[in-house]
Design a protein. Structure first.
Length: 19
């Protein structure tokens, strides 16, 4: 899997977690 995609996914999860 592309690292760029993983970084984007992690940022998305972090933003959702930081509700």
């Amino acid at each position: 899997l592309p690292i760029a995609r993983r970084k984007s996914l992690q940022r998305f999860l972090e933003k959702r977690k930081g509700r």
